[in-house]
Design a protein around this ligand. Structure first.
Ligand SMILES: *Cc1c(COP(=O)(O)O)cnc(C)c1O
Length: 399
């Protein structure tokens, strides 16, 4: 494998080597994105070949940055079901309503995709010490994959250490899954932004040493988005390479939205899909909706949200680092950004459970709450293919 040519800053087009450890574009304070040799990839693999492979995210290995298969750390992530929602569809007057159920990933959350890929690649690049600021679920995923990788590394007398910083108010499940996996858990007063500050401070003494703590926080490195991209690849395959009309996605840091959009671009350039794109609907909680605010204001960047609070903890990101890219995807796709109240989220959680048997995370249920508004406002027609994303299991939020 090895189809990554380089990384590119989407703001200034500066290029970065794919062979060295990379972070982000310091000059633009922007994430950088991997560019693949798509012509070569199109000659190496076809949709039927991918379809026949063993289930899981790694069957898209040509689209992923890990070179040597021995570094593909796995807990069986990916290939989550695309469930039809007939009862809800009927209630809302939509004939083709689906839910991609990311709760069926390891750690019961889609964060597994990004962390599996970025950890695999950074281990391949020789790193062993990591830090991460998280609202909760990314920490759980990193802790799990670090433990999984350590089992393999131990044979070579090595270990993989994850320093995880999360708000003290994070769901109990997140705190316990991190601790019991043997990761180094730090609970911080405040939000994910405060956790990031504390992590950076604690990492300082190790900087420049072989034990340096590499930052795996959202978009501070270019590989998590590659893992999240597989949601878009799977969705394309599940729809026989004819993309749906509307995707509703709960947006925190924006990796899912940006990753899926990147997947669609790559598939088009390889000739696997045509130019038709879904409208990308970014769903946030009204207690923390910086993207919705920026979208409505026609702004290029989001402003830091003050006094953020929502029970959908994964959406409690007051200032997404990739704000410009998120807003670009929404606008390029002719999409929208919508905020929903926590109360509406809880109601939607119950509706999904009662009418479809899906116990969704509040973030996932938020997409149903937003869909109801769009239907009311006639922003979706009855024949359109609509996909909701449930990003985690409701079980992770019982505390
Ligand atoms: C992190 C998280 C989100 C937000 O994801 P992004 O792709 O980073 O915007 C949504 N839902 C859940 C459950 C999460 O853990």
């Amino acid at each position: 494998m090895g189809f990554v040519i380089e990384f590119v800053c989407p703001q200034c087009a500066q290029r970065f080597s794919a062979e060295a450890v990379q972070t982000y574009c310091q000059r633009c304070q922007s994430p950088i994105l991997a560019r693949y040799d798509l012509e070569q990839m199109a000659r190496s693999v076809t949709p039927p070949v991918i379809r026949q492979r063993k289930r899981g995210l790694w069957r898209w290995e040509e689209f992923l940055p890990v070179k040597d298969r021995q570094w593909q750390i796995s807990l069986g992530e990916g290939d989550t079901p695309l469930l039809p929602l007939p009862s809800l569809g009927k209630k809302l007057g939509l004939r083709h309503l689906y839910l991609k159920d990311e709760a069926q990933n390891p750690t019961a959350c889609f964060k597994a995709r990004g962390l599996a890929v970025t950890l695999s690649r950074h281990l391949e690049l020789g790193l062993r010490h990591f830090r991460l600021a998280t609202a909760g679920n990314a920490g759980g995923a990193l802790a799990a994959y670090a433990a999984r990788a350590s089992a393999q590394l131990r044979q070579a007398g090595q270990v993989c250490i994850a320093h995880i910083y999360m708000p003290r108010s994070a769901p109990l499940a997140n705190r316990i899954e991190v601790q019991w996996s043997g990761a180094d858990l730090h609970l911080v007063d405040g939000l994910i932004s405060d956790a990031a500050q504390q992590a950076a401070q604690d990492a300082q003494p190790y900087e420049g040493t072989p034990q340096s703590w590499f930052d795996l926080s959202t978009f501070k490195e270019p590989y998590r988005v590659e893992g999240k991209k597989t949601m878009g690849l799977e969705l394309a395959e599940q729809f026989d390479y004819q993309l749906p009309d509307v995707i509703l996605y709960p947006t925190g840091g924006g990796t899912g939205l940006i990753g899926m959009w990147k997947a669609f671009d790559e598939l088009e350039q390889m000739g696997w899909i045509d130019t038709k794109r879904p409208r990308m609907i970014s769903v946030q909680a009204s207690g923390c909706a910086p993207i919705v605010q920026a979208f409505e204001a026609g702004a290029e960047r989001a402003q830091a949200w003050q006094n953020a609070f929502t029970l959908a903890t994964g959406l409690c990101v007051p200032k997404p680092f990739a704000d410009r890219l998120i807003l670009n995807v929404i606008r390029q796709s002719n999409g929208a950004a919508l905020a929903v109240e926590d109360q509406e989220i809880q109601l939607a959680q119950q509706e999904l459970a009662q009418l479809e048997g899906i116990f969704a995370a509040p973030e996932g249920a938020a997409t149903l709450a937003a869909l109801k508004k769009m239907v009311e406002n006639r922003q979706i027609s009855s024949e359109e293919k609509v996909v909701l994303f449930n990003t985690a299991s409701g079980v992770k939020y019982i505390w």
